[in-house]
Design a protein around this ligand. Structure first.
Ligand code: PRP
Ligand code: URA
Ligand code: MG
Length: 215
C-alpha cells in the first residue's frame, strides 16, 4: 500500500511483529500489554523525533578531531489526547528530558463514535514549538482531527505537528491526510478496516481500557 509522503509506517520486521502479536492477543494480561505497548511506543517516538527539523553543526571530539553532526533546530513539546494518549507520555519523557506536555481531553461517544472535546491545557508558547501529538489509535480520524483543530486555533502550523500513532485504519488515514496534508504521521501498523462499531480490525480492542485496566 502507498501513502502520502507525510505518512511514515514503521518498517516491519520480526521484532516489531512479535511485539504487535503480544499486544493484539486478547489473552495477553494487562502487565504484558503495558510492557510491550511501551516498547512499541518507544520505537514510534524515536521515529517521530526523526521527523523534526535539524541543522548541521560541527563539534570537536576528545581526540581533537572535528565531527560534522546535526542538532535539533527548534523547541518541541508533547500533546497527549487524553485518555489513551497519556500512555505515550512516559516514553516521550524517557527520551526528551524536561519536555513540556500539554493535554487535550477528547472522548469518542460509544454509540455514535463522534468525538467530543472536553478540555485542553497547552504550553502558552506552543505556537513556536514543534508538537508531537500522541494517541495510539486512529480509527475514523475524528478525534485526532479535533485535536489538530485545537492546535491550529492556538497558532501551531500544520507542518509543525507530528502525530504519533500505534495502529491506524486506512479510512482514518485517508480522511486525516486529505484534511491536514502537511501534518506528519508516524504509524506502527496499518490495519484492514473499521467494523460496524467503528473499531479497528483486526485491531487491539479498546486500547485505553486495556492499558489502564478499565475493561
Ligand atoms: C479512542 C482512541 C482515540 C479515538 C480514535 O479514544 O484513543 O482517541 O478513540 O477513534 P477515532 O479515530 O474514531 O476518533 P476514546 O474516545 O475511546 O477514549 P479513551 O482514550 O479514553 O480510550
Ligand atoms: N479506540 C480504540 O481504543 N480502539 C479502536 O479500535 C478504535 C478506537
Ligand atoms: Mg477508548
Amino acid at each position: 500500500m502507498s501513502y502520502p509522503e507525510n505518512v511514515v509506517v514503521l518498517k516491519s520486521n520480526h521484532q516489531l511483529k512479535g511485539l504487535f502479536t503480544i499486544i493484539r492477543n486478547r489473552e495477553t494480561k494487562r502487565e504484558d500489554f503495558i510492557f510491550y505497548s511501551d516498547r512499541i511506543i518507544r520505537l514510534l517516538i524515536e521515529e517521530g523525533l526523526n521527523c523534526l527539523p535539524f541543522h548541521e553543526t560541527t563539534i570537536t571530539t576528545p581526540t581533537g578531531c572535528e565531527y560534522q553532526g546535526v542538532t535539533f533546530a527548534s523547541k518541541i513539546c508533547g500533546v497527549s489526547i487524553v485518555r489513551a494518549g497519556e500512555s505515550m507520555e512516559a516514553g516521550l519523557r524517557a527520551v526528551c528530558k524536561h519536555i513540556k506536555i500539554g493535554k487535550i481531553l477528547i472522548q469518542r461517544d460509544e454509540e455514535t463514535a463522534m468525538p467530543k472535546l472536553l478540555y485542553a491545557k497547552l504550553p502558552s508558547d506552543i505556537a513556536n514549538r514543534q508538537v508531537l501529538l500522541l494517541d495510539p489509535m486512529l480509527a475514523t480520524g475524528g478525534t485526532v482531527s479535533q485535536a489538530v483543530e485545537v492546535l491550529l486555533e492556538r497558532g501551531v502550523k500544520q507542518e509543525n505537528i507530528v502525530f504519533i500513532n500505534l495502529v491506524a485504519a486506512p479510512e482514518g488515514i485517508k480522511i486525516f491526510t486529505e484534511k491536514y496534508p502537511k501534518v506528519k504521521i508516524v504509524i506502527g501498523e496499518v490495519d484492514s478496516n473499521l467494523n460496524e462499531k467503528k473499531y479497528i480490525v483486526p485491531g487491539i480492542g479498546d486500547f485505553g481500557d486495556r492499558y489502564f485496566g478499565t475493561e
